[in-house]
Structures are given as C-alpha cells and as structure tokens.
Ligand binder design. Sequence first.
Ligand code: MN
Ligand code: MN
Length: 468
Amino acid sequence: MSEGTKGEELKKELFNIKKTGWNDVDEMQMADIQKFADEYMYFLNHGKTEREIIENSVEILEKNGFVNIENKERLEEGDRVFYINRGKSLYVAVVGKQAMENGLNIVGAHADSPRLDLKPNPLYEDGGFALLKTHYYGGIKKYQWTTIPLAIHGVIVKPDGEKIKVTIGENEEDPIFTITDLLPHLAQEQMEKKLSNGIEGEALNLLVGSIPYDGETAEAVKLNILKILNEKYGIKEIDFLSSELEIVPAFKARTLGFDRSMVAAYGQDDKICAYTSLRAILDVQHPEKTAICILADKEEIGSMGNTGMESHVFDYFVTELLNKKGENRVNLLEKVFCKSQMLSADVDAGFDPTYASVSEQNNAAFLGRGIGLNKYTGARGKSGASDANAEYVAKIRKLFEENNIKYQVSELGRVDLGGGGTIAYILANKGIDVIDCGIPVLSMHAPYEVTSKYDIYTAYRGYKAFLV
Ligand code: MN
Ligand code: MN
C-alpha cells in the first residue's frame, strides 16, 4: 500500500467518511447477521397485525422470564414485567438497580402497519361477485394494493364476549383474496388520471366469492358467502359490526438479492424496530437504570386512541412500576420522565437510486450503513418536529461509538418535499430526551418493503447497548 498524501491523511482525520458497513463484516458476524434476519423473517411470517405482534411478543417474553405486571404485588431490582394494553400495544420493563427517579432508558417502536381495514358493513354483491368494502389505514399509495394476493387477519367479537380469531390467506391450502384493476385495453381514462386518484379509496373492494346459493336469485352469492362464514366462524352479517378485520398482503417475508443481503416483506414499518427492540430487551439483565420497551399501536394514523402513544396508559404503566417498587410519591412521575432518555425506534426513508431526486444525498440514510438517527422529523421547515437536543445526540453518538455500533444521521427527504413523524414528540412532550433511531427502508408503506440485514442486526445491537 502506498503512502497517502498529506491531504489524504488529513481527510481521514477530519472528514466524516460515510461508507457501507458490509466491508467490516467477517465470516462469524455474517453468520450472526443471517441468523438474526432468519429469526426476524420468522417473526414477520407469524404476525402481520398489531394484535398478532403483541400476542407473539408476549409469548417470546414469557419464554424469557417476563411476567404480567398485574400478577406481581411488589417489584425488585432485576424483575422482568410487561403490560398488555387491550391486546394491541405492549410495555415491557426490566427493573434497574437505581431508583426510577434517576430516569428510565426507553426504546419505543410501533406494531401497526399500513393496511386496508374492512368497513363495518363490508359485504355486498355486485355483478355476480361477493365483495368486501375497505377503508385504508395509514398512508398508502392505493394503486399498490390492487392485483396482489391478500389475506384477512383479525377478530370478530360477539355481544356475548366470544372472540373469533380470523387468519385466512396465509397457509398454502387457504384461499387468498384480491382487489381487481382495470385492463390496460380499457384504461385510457384511468391512465390520464393522477397517480393519487388513479385508484379511488372506494375502488379498494376485496373480491371474496362468485358462486350463488342454489335456487336463490337476489343476492345469492352474498348469501352463499354468509353461509360459508356461518359454518366456519359461527357469524352472521351483523357480527361484522363488532369486528376488526385487516386486509394485508399474503406474501411471505423473503431474503432479497443474489448476495442475500436484504429482506423483502410486508409491514417492516415498524415491525423491524418492534422486533429488534424486543430482542434487545430480552438480553437485558440487571440494568443500572430501568429498561423499557414500548410496542405502540395507531402510529400510522396519528397515535390517537387508548392504544396509541397519545393515551395515558403508558403513564399508568410507569406509575404501576413506581407503586410496586414502593418508590412512588406525589408528582414523582413527572420527574421520572424529565430524567429519562429514549430511542424512538422507527424506520427511516432509505436512499433509492431510482428516486434519487427526493433525497439530499449528504443527509440521506443509506441501506447498509447501520442504524439511522434522525435528529428531527417534521415537514417543510421542521413543522411539527421533535428535534433532539445536541447534548443528547452527542450522548447517543458516544454510546454507539464506544460500542462499535455503526450509525448514520440523516433527515427524511429534501427540505421542501415532505416529511413525516413518529411517536418521538409524544414522549418528548413528557420531558424525555428522545431521538428517532431506526432502520432505513425502501418502498416504505408499500405492500413489500425492503431493508438491509446489516442494519437490522446493527439496530438490535444499538438498542441493546442503550438498554443494558
Ligand atoms: Mn413507522
Ligand atoms: Mn409508517
């Protein structure tokens, strides 16, 4: 190797040189990265909705010595507990050595993903077909949800409290469902429309059947479908009123690329951070400060409602920790929050060379460059941003640098183009130091999203370093 020029040496010293993490991965680390990605894909293939993710996460927690906080009278240092909020969001804690008034270390992700929900009165017949009306959930590009295999996941709750779980379209022997689109031959008018309304919300109708009930003339296909549903699930049409049925892509999570470097899957926003932060807290034993993992619901539609991060149920969980540790006193909760720090674990827009013009490359997150920090989110002039304080950014930098965790700091897209938000501001408003810290994704919110296995493993290591 030739001696570098003085300028080159100085560059190495002074420049923030950004490069892929893959070059530093040895054979053993590669095996760890691939194994972790396989486990992540297994997790994705067994849970596509927030309810399924919470249920599966609780199972994993219980296998790792965590117990429901409601079954604990008192809490001691080292105790491992969780609280399930209505089956849709989850708070996990490992009780630390220090008093909680010194603050908590929190990693918070969300378990809900963009999808199509069924309307309360979904089933109808038209043109010899039975169809289900949907209402999309979260920010989707509607045209992406047509002509792909779809599955139905969710619950139907009867007035007597009986809860019927539905998962159909995932097993090879299951039927799948789909939303049709117009043939190009007759799409001249549609193709002239803007992409945003080429497919209207009211056109996202799920095709579910076509055989009429024998001998009937009016609504015979609808009747036949209801008969099948009645035999299979014991439900009548009115039971849709108290159901939450979600339409999700029926694809499996798969390894992507000749080099097996990426994961393609539905719902990686934000199950990728949910999984990596859950795995991180499993590894936490006897932390200095109480370690917390949040899996929130409703992030994709603004975090409202009693399972969203805006609700006070998380405050209640922390209060219960204080009560059961025998530490609580008047107004202590506010102090705990003001002393706490958090990584808001949510995905970031990865740089896509095909759509390079939406990114400013010096400040874009790249797949394979490690965990992505967003100092701020918001849109157009940082509007609505949760902007992490420089002091806190420095603290997180130090943590990652000391633990050899590759990170990149970026913002979501070009200044005037748009933006987004996460749960970060909600926790920041309580007084917690928060920074967005997640994994870059391509095709975010599409039925099939792309991530780098290097970043997945790095995020897990990063969250763990933060919590232990
Ligand atoms: Mn997200
Ligand atoms: Mn999202």
